[in-house]
Design a binder for this molecule. Structure first.
Ligand code: ATP
Length: 361
């Protein structure tokens, strides 16, 4: 299986050929997705690609124009079914994570339970507050919590009724950068401990790669590729997926009998993933990311191109090199390798793994 599903459990959520039109606008254009028990699957894609609309259809806040959605084996939308949101076993965490300001933390968490005043509810609330690291905060007002704490309360509240599927819509986008990184690790731990099946939505590729069990890259209302993070990053099946993940560039190359020829030198053919003999003589574009490339200052006559930009990222520098043929490549360097914009450089492929490639356009 190429969708990374082999190791996963039973399917809990299934979307089949889902289409959503708003008037003449097609927000979702034939989307298929299976989410397995206990996994966190992230929908990753650019703004406007249909991620939020997809979540809203799963939750029951929008109705698909065509196609079916099943939760826990029951069709809840399409095929004549239209289960209202409150009757779907689906929980939602929005980016605003609005809590009821007049209720305590514990009352907020108990809100979604059938019998919030029961002893069983009190126990469940205590367990959940413990799970999210807020055991001593039950009596507080949401107003007296930090942003990260409020978000954990919102998460506990959504988990309280034990939904079959938890939906997270850009749950970290309102948090500052350092809190965002901490919270996403924390949320992943909580989801794993609770054994919950979850679908999250983001346009932040680092977030998607770092916490997801699988990532579905969405483009123009349809899933372009789904797989575990390493799979979609290392083996993107399309140029779109390749360009959306990491600072990708495409290096033009010609496949020869005994290797590949590029404007930055000749390399072994096994540098490219699964390149068969049938490609000898053809032109390909090789997916290269900054850590696959190194620039070396050289005399003008030996140069492949010139540094046009030096990007300081903190731990490293990324040099943008414009080759003689106009291709721009980004090369990752540590601090000891500092040189200037305007410097003539030779570029070397230093990748220690096979690279993805696409037929030249
Ligand atoms: P973002 O990351 O910016 O939130 P998204 O991937 O979540 O984007 P959606 O919000 O699902 O994208 O929107 C997909 C497309 O459908 C967009 O072109 C949007 O303008 C359109 N759309 C969404 N909701 C409606 C609506 N209620 N009426 C009309 N068009 C809509």
């Amino acid at each position: 299986a190429t969708d990374g599903a082999a190791a996963a459990g039973e399917p809990v959520l299934q979307l089949r050929d889902v289409i959503k039109r708003f008037g003449s606008e097609t927000a979702v254009s034939g989307l298929d997705l299976t989410v397995h028990e206990g996994e966190l699957l992230t929908l990753l894609g650019p703004s406007g690609c249909g991620k939020t609309t997809t979540l809203r259809m799963i939750a029951g806040l929008e109705t698909p124009t065509e196609g079916t959605i099943a939760v826990g084996g029951d069709v809840v939308a399409g095929d004549g079914a239209a289960t209202p949101p409150e009757d779907r076993d689906v929980g939602l965490v929005f980016q605003e994570f609005a809590l009821f300001p007049h209720l305590t933390v514990a009352e907020n968490v108990a809100f979604g339970l059938d019998d919030p005043d029961s002893e069983a509810a009190a126990e469940r609330v205590a367990d959940l507050l413990d799970l999210v690291g807020l055991a001593d905060y039950g009596d507080r007002s949401p107003a007296d919590l930090s942003g990260g704490q409020r978000q954990r309360v919102a998460l506990a509240r959504s988990l309280a009724p034990e939904p079959d599927v938890l939906l997270l819509d850009e749950p970290f986008s309102n948090l500052d950068v350092s809190l965002r990184v901490r919270m996403r690790e924390e949320v992943k731990r909580i989801l794993d401990e609770a054994g919950v099946t979850a679908v999250s939505v983001t346009h932040d590729q680092e977030e998607a790669l770092s916490i997801s069990d699988r990532v579905a890259v969405v483009n123009d209302g349809t899933v372009e590729q789904v797989g575990d993070p390493g799979e979609v990053f290392e083996h993107p099946t399309s140029r779109f997926v390749a360009s959306f993940l990491g600072q990708a560039s495409f290096l033009p190359a010609r496949v020869a009998e005994d290797g590949i020829e590029t404007v930055v030198g000749a390399y072994d053919r096994d540098l490219l993933t699964g390149l068969g003999d049938g490609y000898v003589g053809s032109h390909v574009d090789v997916l290269v990311r900054p850590d696959d490339l190194r620039a070396t200052p050289v005399a003008e006559g030996d140069a492949d191109g010139e540094v046009i930009r030096r990007q300081y990222t903190g731990p490293s520098f990324v040099y943008h090199v414009k080759l003689h043929d106009g291709t721009v490549l980004r090369c990752l360097h540590n601090h000891t390798e500092e040189f200037d914009v305007g410097e003539p450089v030779a570029v070397t492929l230093v990748a220690d793994h096979a690279l993805a490639w696409y037929p030249a356009r």
